[in-house]
Design a protein around this ligand. Structure first.
Ligand code: ADP
Ligand code: MG
Length: 302
């Protein structure tokens, strides 16, 4: 288990993170979310032992994770960290980067393992291409494969799919998270993308104003988001009579107390997102077809 106890940290005067406590069970996938600048990357760096804490302690099992005051080499050996700005050897191939930390003692085994890792990140076809010739997304995948090469106990991923295009993202997420579960690798992901979290995380925290604003499973936070910031991470939402209602929870009915004048219909593939005015304030809901601007309709919470 990873334990974070009363962590406080500041780069200069005001704390970026203040009195954070949480635990991550071994093998769990844990997500850290929050707006840009909320301290997600800082928290991952602290878990890796990059900086000394102002206050608090970090433990993995019974071992304390200590910062540079106590360690010459940053990063415990059982942990790997893939930074937002990943760091690779540009003049060697994807396969060489991935296999760099694997033993040369059994060349056949090393080759097999490298192939397996390239498969997890779907890069078999560029195995022998020099990294400097790869796209940003391909480089990011090399960095991930390199980090899991020696099966760390904990993997820290900072915005792991941010450079990867939508064509690849979905299948890569499934492949990587399934692999980590299968190997029982504890994974902590900092992200602003709900798709990285909602189907894959066992537990998540939302950081706001240097503190944990909410914690729970994605399903629990989705169903009962408590506040606007948490809801906005998941979906388009409305405040109706003081109640938080997601766009998909509203449906069009023949008659109700909620009369809406349609302003715009946005095509979303399997549905339209309709923007309307409800007593002069904006409201969003989903519908299977578009409406003409100015149409008056009634909606209701399902
Ligand atoms: P996030 O990853 O959520 O976008 P960061 O952890 O990168 O947030 O940053 C949190 C805050 O700390 C921001 O205000 C940022 O400007 C500041 N910060 C980040 N890195 C440094 C640094 N090396 N020195 C000083 N301030 C920093
Ligand atoms: Mg960041």
């Amino acid at each position: 288990m990873l334990q974070v106890k009363n962590l406080t940290f500041s780069y200069d005067k005001s704390p970026v993170l203040q009195n954070l406590s949480f635990e991550v069970a071994q093998g769990d996938h844990f997500a850290i979310i929050g707006e840009s600048g909320s301290g997600k990357s800082t928290l991952l760096k602290l878990l890796y032992g990059t900086y000394d804490l102002d206050e608090g302690q970090l433990f993995w099992k019974d071992q304390e994770i200590l910062g540079p005051k106590h360690n010459l080499i940053i990063g415990p050996e059982y942990m790997k960290y893939v930074a937002q700005e990943f760091d690779l050897m540009p003049f060697t191939t994807a396969a060489e980067n991935v296999g760099e930390f694997l033993s040369n003692f059994y060349p056949e085994k090393k080759k097999e393992r490298t192939q397996e890792l390239l498969k997890v990140v779907e890069l078999e076809e560029v195995a022998n291409t020099k990294v400097k010739l790869l796209s940003g997304g391909q480089k990011q995948r090399v960095a991930i494969a390199r980090a899991i090469a020696k099966k760390p106990e904990i993997l820290l991923l900072d915005e792991p799919f941010s450079h990867i295009d939508n064509f690849k993202k979905q299948s890569l997420r499934r492949s990587l998270f399934a692999y980590l579960k299968e190997k029982n690798i504890t994974c902590i992901v900092a992200t602003h993308d709900k798709e990285d979290v909602i189907s894959f995380s066992d537990d998540m925290i939302v950081i706001h104003d240097a503190q944990i604003m909410a914690q729970g499973s994605p399903e629990a936070l989705y169903k009962d988001p408590k506040n606007k910031l948490v809801a906005s991470f998941f979906n388009e939402f409305n405040m109706i009579d003081g109640e938080l209602v997601y766009a998909h929870q509203l449906k069009v009915v023949p008659k109700s107390k909620l009369k809406v004048i349609v302003q715009k219909s946005y095509y979303k593939g399997s549905y339209y997102l309709i923007e309307g005015l409800l007593n002069d304030s904006k409201v969003f809901f989903e519908h299977k077809s578009a409406f003409e601007k100015g149409t008056a309709i009634y909606i209701e919470k399902e």
